[in-house]
Ligand binder design. Structure first.
Ligand SMILES: [Zn+2]
Length: 142
């Protein structure tokens, strides 16, 4: 949708002072977009807030908490899955600190300084595929 703006046109926009959408008159245009508006109701001059009507999600903690939960669900489930494997197999107890010179075999646990605890999934030559909380990483081993 292409909407052309021009100075002097009427425009419905949110007014901070009136706490709602009011009829404004466009005073200046920058790059084809209204920059300054004057409110037809309270006559205050303010900037046009394009594409952000009622930008106050932080004022509603319930709604924003729900939103955050949904956004993080995939990450949480991976972490939860990993934690369950970790707990079931008590990997933390048998984990050895990782170093490229230490040999790790399939099924063994390591404690990596950056990735945390991980379980060796596969060994191939001098490389191992290790499942960490963040996902699978390939590391040099032994
Ligand atoms: Zn106003």
């Amino acid at each position: 949708m292409i909407k052309s703006f021009y100075a002097g046109m009427d425009l419905d926009a949110p007014c901070g002072r009136c706490k709602g959408e009011t009829r404004h008159q466009v005073l200046t245009i920058t790059d084809g977009v209204p920059e300054k508006l004057i409110c037809g109701n309270c006559r205050s001059v303010h900037k046009y807030r394009a594409e952000k009507p009622k930008a106050e999600p932080k004022a509603r903690p319930t709604a924003s908490a729900k939103h955050t939960l949904q956004a993080q669900r995939p990450v949480q489930s991976l972490a939860t899955m990993f934690q369950r494997v970790l707990a079931e197999e008590q990997g933390g107890a048998s984990a050895r600190p990782y170093s490229p010179a230490t040999r790790f075999d399939e099924g063994q646990w390591m404690d990596h300084t950056s990735f945390g605890l991980g379980k060796v999934q596969k060994r191939l030559g001098k490389k191992v595929d290790v499942l960490f909380r963040d996902g699978l990483k390939t590391l040099i081993s032994g």
